[in-house]
Write a protein of this length. Structure first.
Ligand code: GRF
Length: 287
């Protein structure tokens, strides 16, 4: 139960204790304040008193928890929490779109995606899926208090594809950001047009099995291409093949090597991937 709350609110154990304490103290404080105010009016206890009391504590509660959250260092959490409640009530916002990021590398794209949606309550980055123990992205997951799932190849490729874990987190969209294993057909069928990938070159060239990381950039340089870039695409059963959503390019200069080209491509990825995902989420919310 506490673990679930911690995952939902994306807080560490100490902050979870402080958040619960703030809820409890804020609740009692607004109860006492509400009673004091009504006593001050000299009003008789009755139906009207109860009605006014309910209205008063509804108004006082956010103020009380915010005030208490400041000395306890939880102001940011409560500001976001109240903002979320307000959006749900005022704009009739529905449940957030739940995203799983599949990544097995440093996770710089994962970090940019997390940053993009940090204050956007229509999206929840609910799970990081990784196949490489020690990958940088796992550290990011831990720092951001996002649950991480370390997967094993046979179960992923030939077993149940971890569908139960994805359903448990109510995942709506899967984002591949540096995930090298082929996505099994069973998973593609479970998430039709809901899995997207980013490839660090202008597809259909320089894609396919084994084309990842600096191998891609070296191939582009060896072929004396004048341009490289990124391709964001839906995932189908063939490597780097599904329908393209967006491509963006950068020049390949004469003095570029695989590392300098990788840096340019990475900058393009960070610029465009979070925005493409935001568009996808908007469209999902409309459909
Ligand atoms: C990116 O270049 C992406 O295009 C490719 O894998 C790399 C992941 O980089 N699919 P990072 O782990 O996000 O830094």
């Amino acid at each position: 139960m506490l673990k679930k709350l911690q995952e939902r609110w994306k807080v560490n154990t100490l902050n979870l204790v402080l958040v619960i304490f703030t809820f409890a103290l804020g609740g009692s404080l607004c109860g006492v304040a509400g009673r004091r105010i009504l006593n001050f009016t000299g009003m008789e206890k009755g139906v009207l008193w109860i009605l006014l009391y309910i209205i008063l504590i509804t108004l006082l509660w956010p103020i009380c928890v915010l005030l208490i959250s400041i000395p306890l260092g939880q102001y940011r959490f409560f500001r976001n929490y109240l903002h979320k409640i307000w959006n749900r009530m005022a704009h009739n916002e529905t449940k957030p779109v739940s995203i799983a990021i599949f990544a097995s590398g440093a996770g710089s794209n994962a970090q940019k995606i997390i940053d993009k949606f940090r204050r956007d309550h229509s999206v929840s980055i609910a799970l990081i899926v990784c196949n490489k123990p020690g990958a940088g992205v796992l550290e990011i997951a831990a720092n951001e208090n996002i649950p991480a799932l370390l997967i094993e190849k046979t179960r992923f490729a030939e077993g149940d594809h971890y569908l139960d874990e994805l359903r448990d987190k109510k995942i709506d969209i899967i984002i591949l950001a540096g995930f090298l294993w082929k996505i099994p057909v069973g998973l593609i069928n479970a998430y039709p047009q809901k899995i997207i990938n980013i490839h660090p070159a202008l597809l259909p060239k320089y894609g396919g099995k084994g084309m990842y990381g600096n191998r891609v950039h070296q191939a582009v340089i060896d072929a004396r291409e004048k341009q490289s870039g990124i391709s964001i695409h839906y995932v189908d059963e063939i490597y780097d093949h599904g329908k393209i959503i967006l491509q963006a390019s950068c020049p390949v200069d004469e003095h570029d090597n695989a590392d300098t080209l990788a840096a340019k491509v990475h900058a393009l990825e960070h610029l465009h991937y979070p925005d493409v995902i935001a568009d996808l989420v908007k469209n999902k919310n409309r459909s």
